[in-house]
Design a protein around this ligand. Structure first.
Ligand code: ANZ
Length: 827
């Protein structure tokens, strides 16, 4: 008997699949298309571990299942290889990023190949290839020409460790998302993409996406739309002379409760007027301290702090009350107008602040005590009546809201406005390893687009590419790169030396896969129309407000430009659960607890065992701990399928000598396989991989029992059953399925075979439930074999314990029997 040896089988089939190009996709309109995509990986220094592998295993099972179901499947792979980690890795290892990426990519590719994933490698892309980033630059210029890419001097997050700026979404709890170092604010001239222009569309279109609620909520909160009013207060005192300042409020109905104003410490008006305040020194110290804090820390700070701007006052436009002005870091400069009307009677933060600094509190509800606006008033408006609110006393909040706004509008002191928390996307990086920004600065003509026929602007090779930390990109040290001529006036000009955030590359790569070798355009319209949008997008949840938002934004821009016909790139998003180390910790190279597939393969487990393990370990979208025992179980399962098939094959050989019966008979064997077929087919459609594999395991156990009973008597039934079993196994364990399929005499690949259909007639339940009535009223139920006779049914019904009581001492005058449904005793 042949032994199951994955080390021999797996590389052999991988080679056959590659040579026969069975996973290559082409635009064949005869079949419906399905675009299955996993996030393209970042080929970092640390190799892929079994956590990463889970993502690709899920995608591959989906791709294979669809292919066998008659879909024209596009399942591509490539490398998201620009960015900080690659550069930092290269610096650490004293090699060029190019070399580091090439090495890492080779390693990753080898790992993916070893797993037998059904990628169309002819479409492989690398975001650091000039043939690719030429089009990233082209798309940058599209944004530039549409006024959606602009340069601005502003305070930005700066990571002193990575020596570059970071986008807002790359700062987590005051730390750099990559290296974890504390960030600070620095004033720098930077490039931005105007994603805020698309805020409403990015928000509204979320509704129709088949994404998890968790990710949608994260995007909604990130965009942070809130409807409110801008109310203008006059400033008086110091040298402010009736200058106006706007506040943003979502609660203008509480305006009579405003007892002070709070401004963000960095607010420009503070600098302007507070310099003449007696306590300027104290104010200045506070402002400097604020600059060093992250926004998040400011928002969650337990103890509110602030300083009064002595001598400066604001006038409440609704009642002309003069109120003091404070600065406090719980008010953020970048949100709303950077100033708030403080209503300590209803706003929690203002309340805490007023308590701490002994500021007056006015309650504007009839309760005359603190009522939390955000949690109480907002929800139960009708229950609260206004008080201390002049002519509006006694109105409920909704009515008060309308009337107070009308009054403010009349005096031009207020108007409704909409605010968003999302800011424009900061795109420039002062680092070497990125797509050069294709802009030329001319002192006369300003920033200009590099002419299209001069693209790509190639990243020059550099000996020393470490960031200097002075806020300038290392490219500014390469005169041959930097010095150029103005495309307009022909005079001397300088190239932009910043590079793009790596997320620019990944904002459109899914389109390039449709047409990866196009030298005339980023992608051909027809190919994009054929393949896109992506039908199933698979990846972790960590990119919720970065990649997944940016890609949606670029897609909408391309749609507006008429380049594509769809507005959302990823119809269905599947966020897989993480694989944790066996001790429940996150796998990481630094903790030394990662498990890599290569090692498991060389131990002899084989890729198929790993794949089974990845999917059987638990529901695909939940985290799970890796376990060695689980690997053993997965391997034994495949081993049993192998052995069963070998035993069958031996019998089949004997039959060919004419020794055995070969009639197909209906049997428990067929029942077992049809039942499993139905379960696996349904589970694969709903991604319930673990239960599908459980059903296959149960089926194998049952087949072993049946085999012991009939000893392969019904050979054709067994052949059909084993072949079907292998087809059902193919999306999960493609190598062993292919090998045994071929041993059974097939020449075509199992992976291009038609997914087997199941026959419902084998699934009919063996028992039926019969309703028992007495004089037409339901009195009980009996369960019997489906082929029970009328006599058996009536006897069972009469003796049923619930029914018997009604029949006691009664004469049954008539018995009505409806086969397989009902018995009615008329008494
Ligand atoms: C007065 C008031 C009274 C407020 C009340 C709330 C409750 P959302 O819903 O998140 O948009 N605010 C405005 N700008 C701010 C800034 N730059 N930094 C910190 N807080 C700011 O929150 C809007 C509310 O947050 C605004 O409404 C304002 O406080 C505060 F009972 O105005 B409110």
């Amino acid at each position: 008997m042949k032994r199951y040896n994955p080390k021999e089988i797996e590389p052999r089939w991988q080679k056959v699949w590659e040579d026969s190009k069975i996973y290559q996709a082409s635009e064949d309109p005869a079949k419906p298309k399905k675009y299955v995509l996993e996030y393209f990986p970042y080929p970092s220094g640390a190799a892929m571990h079994v956590g990463h592998v889970r993502n690709y295993t899920i995608g591959d099972a989906i791709a294979r299942f669809n292919r066998m179901n008659g879909y024209n499947v596009l399942h591509p792979m490539g490398w998201d290889a620009f960015g900080l980690p690659a550069e930092n890795y290269a610096i650490k290892n004293q090699i060029s990023p190019r070399k580091a990426i090439d090495e890492n990519t080779d390693r990753f590719k080898k790992q993916l190949m070893q797993m037998g994933f059904s990628y169309d490698w002819s479409r492989e892309i690398d975001s650091t290839d000039p043939k690719y980033y030429r089009w990233t630059q082209w798309l940058f210029l599209l944004l530039f020409k549409k006024g959606l890419a602009y340069q601005q001097e502003s305070l930005q997050w700066w990571c002193p460790h990575d020596k570059t700026v970071l986008a807002n979404e790359q700062v987590e709890a005051g730390r750099c998302w990559r290296c974890g170092h504390e960030v600070e604010k620095k004033s720098l001239k930077q490039w931005f993409f105007k994603i805020t222009d698309y805020a409403d569309r990015l928000l509204d279109d979320l509704d129709d996406l088949d994404w998890s609620d968790a990710i949608k909520t994260m995007q909604r909160n990130w965009i942070g739309k809130s409807q409110g009013a801008a109310v203008t207060f006059k400033l008086t005192g110091l040298s402010s002379n009736n200058e106006h300042i706007e506040v943003f409020t979502t609660a203008h109905d509480t305006i009579y409760g405003t007892t002070f104003m709070v401004m963000a410490p960095e607010h420009p008006l503070i600098e302007k007027y507070a310099q003449s305040a007696e306590n300027w020194l104290e104010l200045k110290q506070y402002i400097d301290k604020t600059r060093r804090k992250s926004e998040l820390d400011r928002e969650i700070e337990k103890q509110k702090t602030g300083v009064e701007v002595q001598g400066l006052y604001a006038i409440n436009p609704i009642n002309n009350q003069k109120i003091p002005v404070w600065i406090a870091d719980y008010v953020l400069l970048g949100y709303g107008t950077g100033a708030v009307m403080a209503v300590p009677g209803e706003d929690e933060r203002d309340y805490e602040f007023a308590q701490k600094y002994n500021l007056p509190i006015i309650y504007t509800t009839e309760e005359q005590e603190f009522v939390n606006y955000q949690t109480e008033l907002k929800k139960h408006r009708k229950n609260y009546k206004l008080a201390n609110s002049g002519e509006f006393d006694g109105l409920d909040f909704d009515e008060g809201r309308i009337k107070i706004l009308a009054k403010l509008e009349k005096t031009e002191a207020g108007q409704t406005i909409t605010q968003y928390k999302m800011r424009d996307w900061l795109i420039s990086r002062q680092r070497y390893w990125g797509t050069p920004i294709p802009i030329i600065h001319c002192s006369k003509d300003g920033p200009l687009a590099v002419p299209e026929d001069h693209l790509p602007v190639v990243l020059p090779e550099m000996e020393s590419y470490e960031p200097s930390g002075d806020g300038r990109s290392p490219l500014s040290n390469v005169p041959e790169f930097m010095n150029t001529t103005c495309p307009k006036c022909g005079g001397p000009a300088e190239r932009e030396t910043d590079t793009m955030d790596g997320f620019a590359c990944s904002s459109w790569y899914f389109l390039r896969f449709a047409d990866p070798h196009n030298d005339e355009a980023a992608f051909g319209r027809e190919k994009a129309d054929f393949w896109l949008p992506v039908d199933d997008y698979i990846g972790g949840a960590e990119h919720a407000v970065m990649h997944l938002l940016y890609a949606r934004f670029w897609t909408k821009v391309m749609y507006d430009e008429g380049l594509i016909a769809f507005q959302e790139p990823f119809k269905t998003l599947r966020n897989h659960g993480m694989i944790l180390a066996s001790d429940g910790n996150k796998m990481s190279k630094s903790k030394g607890n990662t498990i890599e597939p290569d090692g498991l393969i060389s131990q002899g487990y084989g890729a198929d065992t790993i794949r089974i393990m990845e999917l059987f370990i638990g529901p695909w979208n939940q985290a799970a701990n890796w376990s060695v025992e689980g690997m053993g179980g997965a391997h034994r399962f495949l081993q049993r399928i192998w052995t069963l098939t070998q035993e069958y094959l031996e019998r089949d050989e004997a039959r060919q000598a004419g020794a055995l019966d070969d009639t197909i008979v209906e049997s428990d064997i067929l029942k077992a396989i049809h039942k499993t077929n139905k379960k696996v087919s349904e589970d694969l459609s709903t991604l319930s991989f673990n239960t599908a594999i459980a059903a296959l395991m149960e089926c194998v156990n049952q087949l072993y029992k049946l085999k012991e009973q009939d000893e392969f008597t019904n050979l054709d039934t067994w052949r059909y059953t084993i072949e079907t079993l292998l087809q059902l196994l193919a999306p999960f364990a493609p190598h062993i399925a292919e090998e045994l399929w071929q041993q059974l005499g097939h020449e075509e690949s199992i992976h291009t075979s038609q997914w087997p259909a199941y026959d419902e007639s084998y699934l009919v339940e063996a028992t039926v439930t019969i309703v028992v009535q007495v004089n037409g009223k339901l009195r009980g139920e009996v369960e019997l074999a489906a082929d029970a006779t009328e006599e058996q049914v009536v006897t069972a019904a009469k003796t049923n314990e619930k029914v018997a009581g009604y029949l006691q001492a009664q004469t049954i005058r008539k018995t009505i029997y409806v086969p397989a449904k009902l018995v009615n005793f008329v008494i």
